[in-house]
Design a protein around this ligand. Structure first.
Ligand code: PMV
Length: 329
């Protein structure tokens, strides 16, 4: 409702008229954003990582009858004619992959995409949008796919965004549960022993993951022993974090997150903004804080409790966070 009234600039008294005038969708799909709790970057080099969905920030796709196959994402200022789009267009690719999977020609549908997830900020926006489109199409075709297969198709779209993705984003977004992830292996779904409260704070600095991953690759090539040692140290703390999450032990988890941040800074993917916001969160009582995702900008996560949440959120906003979101594992 908010998006409708905002997008069209209409007074709420127009809504009933609007609903009568708008065709209802044939089908719809949605998918969550995600955070990486710990282990990013090292996961590209075969170490484990933990990721969790963010239900509060989602991508949506609605399917309408149309003259040809069109993907429309007003938020992103994109209109893609699927039949004529180039191979590297991510919207066209997921539509083509789903149709090929189901043995269907391109449908005469308009796929309307809307996302609450900021792009290029480590929250899995690309994987969420592709998954939402895939789910909308599957529903419109009255078809279904096993999660592992859907995740594999979304991975193909991730390759366009990221170059050599580990596969963690498509896995957590499709399974929509906390996962323990090792590249090349099926994700292991697990549960927190007690709710863990997190704030997600945006530096406001857009940072494409592809560039961050490429920078780490260059540095690793120049000093392999140093980088391998950092990745091993990250793997060790990710193992400890898994036990802490499974036990719902926030007191044990917090310092591990902060230690992960120090190692991420050592491999060169923190930034002055991330360092500043992490310090502000810790000073205000967060149990731990670290960047989440590709780094060099984007988002950070801070571990809080219901008692510290408001003060830490306020400190993050005062320290310059562009947006602060509360979530829970
Ligand atoms: O999409 P992001 O920004 O959350 O980054 C994914 C995590 C990395 O480990 C940096 C890359 C990858 O493919 O796993």
């Amino acid at each position: 409702m908010a998006a409708l009234s905002h997008g069209l600039g209409l007074d709420s008294s127009f809504w009933p008229v609007l609903y009568l005038a708008m065709p209802s969708p044939l089908a719809a799909g949605h998918a969550p954003g995600k955070i990486i709790l710990c282990g990013e970057h090292a996961v590209v080099y075969g170490r484990p990582a933990i990721a969790a969905p963010v239900a509060q920030a989602r991508a949506f796709a609605e399917i309408y009858p149309h003259s040809h196959c069109l993907v429309e994402a007003a938020d992103l200022d994109r209109r893609v004619d699927v039949a004529s789009a180039p191979d590297h267009d991510p919207f066209a690719l997921i539509v083509r992959l789903i149709c090929a999977e189901l043995g269907q020609p391109l449908p005469r549908w308009r796929i309307r995409v809307h996302s609450q997830i900021p792009i290029a900020s480590g929250l899995g926006s690309g994987a969420a949008i592709a998954t939402a489109i895939a789910r909308g199409l599957l529903a419109a075709f009255a078809a279904d796919l096993p999660a592992a297969r859907l995740s594999a198709l979304v991975y193909e779209v991730e390759r366009l965004h990221h170059g050599t993705p580990s596969g963690i984003d498509n896995s957590v977004v499709v399974y929509e549960r906390p996962i323990w992830f090792v590249r090349g292996q099926p994700p292991l779904i697990f549960q927190a022993g007690a709710p863990l409260h997190l704030l997600i704070a945006d530096t406001g600095v857009a940072s494409p993951t592809k560039a961050a991953v490429a920078a780490v690759r260059r540095a690793w090539e120049q000093a392999p022993a140093t980088y391998e040692a950092h990745f091993d140290a990250i793997a060790a703390l990710v193992g400890q974090a898994r036990a802490a999450v499974a036990q719902g032990d926030a007191a044990a988890l917090g310092p591990l997150l902060t230690q992960n941040q120090q190692l991420l800074a050592a491999i060169g993917v923190s930034s002055p903004e991330l360092d500043h916001l992490c310090a502000a969160a810790l000073a205000a009582g967060a149990g731990g804080a670290k960047l989440s995702g590709g780094g060099r900008g984007g988002n950070l996560i801070a571990l809080v409790t219901p008692a510290t949440r408001a003060a830490v959120a306020q400190a993050l906003a005062q320290a310059g966070a562009a947006r602060v979101l509360a979530t829970m594992i």
